[in-house]
Design a protein. Structure first.
Length: 111
């Protein structure tokens, strides 16, 4: 399975703290797309089954982290010739926090 090989050969080999990534796979990724064959996983399925539910529970930062890890995993799969292409290679992280930090009083020119 791509996820297991990615965790063993990439995450555990290159990260000091692997627990958050493993938790992400256990909670948000594998329960929803873990039973799909690699060739069946589409960009739409990833958004619908994984990223949108994370966003819906108001965890936008976590959605961005999950997107990043998924991109890494699919790129790993492409490099190892497990899949032909990364279905989310062009997906972009969302700037969820930017709008929260723009408070109207900060735009005032008065001192």
């Amino acid at each position: 399975m791509l996820a297991n090989e990615f965790i063993e050969r990439d995450i555990k080999a290159n990260r000091k703290d692997v627990d958050p990534v493993i938790r992400m796979f256990d909670k948000d990724i594998l329960p929803f797309i873990g039973n799909y064959k690699l060739k069946e996983i589409t960009r739409r399925e990833i958004f619908k089954k994984v990223l949108d539910p994370i966003t819906d529970r108001d965890s936008k930062t976590q959605a961005n982290k999950t997107l990043s890890i998924l991109k890494q995993m699919f790129n790993f799969g492409v490099e190892r010739d497990l899949i032909q292409g990364n279905p989310i290679s062009t997906a972009k992280k969302k700037a969820w926090e930017a709008s929260k930090s723009l408070e109207p009083e900060r735009w005032s020119l008065k001192k």
